[in-house]
Design a protein around this ligand. Sequence first.
Ligand SMILES: *Cc1c(COP(=O)(O)O)cnc(C)c1O
Length: 369
Amino acid sequence: MSKKPIYVTQPYLPPLEEFIPYLQKIWDNKFLTNGGPMHEQLEAALSDYLGVEHVALFNNGTIALLTALQALRVTGEVITTPYSFVATAHSLLWNGIKPIFVDIDPHTLNLDPEKIEAAITPQTTAIMPVHCYGNPCDVDAIQKIADNYNLRVIYDAAHAFGVEDAGGSILRHGDLSVLSFHATKVFNTFEGGAIVCPDAKTKKRIDQLKNFGFVDEVTVVAPGINGKMSEVNAAFGLLQLQHIDHALERRREIDQFYRLQLHDVPGIRLVNSAGQTTANYSYFPILVDADYPLNRDALYQKLKDNNVFARRYFYPLISNFPMYRGMSSAQHNNLPIANLVAEQIICLPIYPALENEQLSWVADLLQEH
Ligand SMILES: *Cc1c(COP(=O)(O)O)cnc(C)c1O
């Protein structure tokens, strides 16, 4: 038995004493929320770190997704992937939009651009792809389709913090990109999120929408929501940013270790990166196929019995949850690859505090039969 439990992820927490001066500042100036100095500084620091024009912070990624759809006035039908965290499709339902599920590419596990056109109807107004596990979508193919049919593109980039392609941040693609800073993500503010937007005018509208629709003290222009990030969360983000490169470097080492140990294990397929020049190693997904002596759920249970709490992200598929499964695009025969992958996937533990000994233990469990 392993000595202590190993979870799929563990939040990166800098030393507590480093956080105290940030809290002292908040106590001193008594600005707790509503776009205070910490909030302002974090927006600027993130634009700089990520290499993007404008960042609008949110209290979580889901409210950011909801607001991104509102900001672009998306209605009708939106094409999206069933292979994601449930918030992707939920953000559509909350806006009264019908999700249309399209199958994924078997290699990248992202929305398959070749299958998008067949799903477009006169009601389609946008595409919402996900950079799953931080692996970039085929952004050029998606943009081409969007241009041809006059569709908006909103990326759920919850996994894609810091990911870059040859041209720079992956977050510059599409009309908007949405980040999550939830505790389980690579960069966290306990709870939090952001919308990355290309111009100041769009950011202004987003900032109004996340503050009830207020433009000034007496003017409300839209039925906005309360999506504001508090000063404590923003302060933690500023501190976290001081440590992020170090955390990403340790994640890279872990990724390399797993690849070396697992690349020739029969029945285990590694998901390769998809064209990024800078990855964030946010997840370590493996696919367990028929050549492996155990099926996926048996392997999942074996790991669990040995105190290794891997996770089946993303099982069940969004399209198989009760509020979606009646839709025609949610049917199994429309989504064969996503359904197969959901039966084979396991995400292995990856986080900076993992020790080499623990990694060996996980690899041994996967290699022995
Ligand atoms: C985490 C996540 C979200 C939701 O973000 P929250 O900050 O938890 O609301 C949305 N989409 C994907 C793909 C996610 O992984």
